[in-house]
Ligand binder design. Structure first.
Ligand code: ARG
Length: 279
């Protein structure tokens, strides 16, 4: 063969070889890509199945509360939200086959959070009142309370309900104690309204306020914590009842909560919690 045509043939063969090589490479790449996509798809499918399974096994009940109200709800030393209400609503949810998801917020924002459906219910030492019943529904009462007047042990100005008139009273924002001090007892709350019950108590400890008006079980807890404080006897305040609040369009949830609450009372869980938190 002529030398030139030999070269031409050689080049031709090389070209064909390289082009089939690159074709093969491309096919390989496509195959790997497809494999990767398949694996990713399988993974996504497995994940989706797991998530649906989790959702099916325990639906969550979003509970709004204000963890500034020991022993009903507070943040413990480990930063965990706990207390009588937290354990009660967890037991109630369990009876309903649900898991509790806690949303901790300021007390005066809780009703708004419920009516705007940020949460499903409120379990937060909330007193059942006519005003609140205008915007939400309450489940059956689960606790009885009354307002207590907390003063310094060496207080010598407040001895009766009448003595409260014009006195500086520290209160927690948006609570029945706040409204009672301001509207019924004639106290001065102009610069002693707090988001946390503990801060209100500190005002009395420091002598910034003459007294504090707060639910009795919480008052007892604070008096144990600050030994210069005491609760005034014989104040004869009206009885209040705590209820779990739900939205007005949640009749089914309300029925379920009432059934679960009855069951929790029936099986001894409720009494065990009372013993744990109030003895
Ligand atoms: N029982 C009172 C009320 O309903 C006080 C409740 C305060 N609760 C709380 N978690 N801060 O107004």
């Amino acid at each position: 063969m002529h030398k030139k045509s030999f070269y031409a043939l050689d080049i031709c063969i090389k070209m064909r070889y390289t082009s089939s090589r690159s074709m093969e490479n491309k096919l390989n790449d496509d195959f790997e890509e497809e494999n990767k996509m398949k694996k990713l798809f399988a993974l996504m499918l497995a994940l989706a199945m797991m998530l649906t399974a989790a959702a099916a096994s325990a639906e969550s009940l979003k509970v709004g509360l204000n963890a500034e109200f020991a022993p009903f709800e507070y943040v413990d030393d480990d930063g965990k939200i706990t207390g009588f209400d937290v354990e009660l609503i967890t037991a109630i949810a369990e009876k309903m086959g649900m898991e509790v998801e806690i949303e901790n917020m300021y007390f005066d924002g809780l009703l708004g959070a419920l009516t705007s459906k940020m949460v499903d219910c409120l379990c937060t030492g909330m007193t059942i009142t006519e005003e609140r019943k205008a915007s939400v529904d309450f489940a059956d009462p689960y606790f009885t309370a009354t307002q207590a007047v907390v003063v310094l042990k060496d207080n010598d100005t407040i001895h009766s309900i009448d003595d409260l008139k014009g006195k500086k009273a520290a209160v927690q924002d948006g609570t029945t104690g706040h409204f009672m001090a301001q509207d019924d007892l004639g106290c001065d709350v102009s610069d002693t309204v707090y988001k946390a019950a503990t801060d209100a108590a500190l005002d009395v400890v420091n002598g910034r306020a003459d007294c504090m008006i707060i639910d009795d079980a919480v008052a007892q807890n604070l008096v144990k914590k600050y030994d210069t404080l005491t609760i005034l006897e014989g104040m004869d305040m009206p009885v209040e009842e705590y209820g779990i609040a739900v939205n007005k369009d949640s009749a089914e949830l309300l029925t379920k909560i009432n059934e679960a609450l009855a069951a929790v009372k029936e099986d001894g869980t409720y009494d065990a919690l009372i013993a744990k938190y109030f003895n």
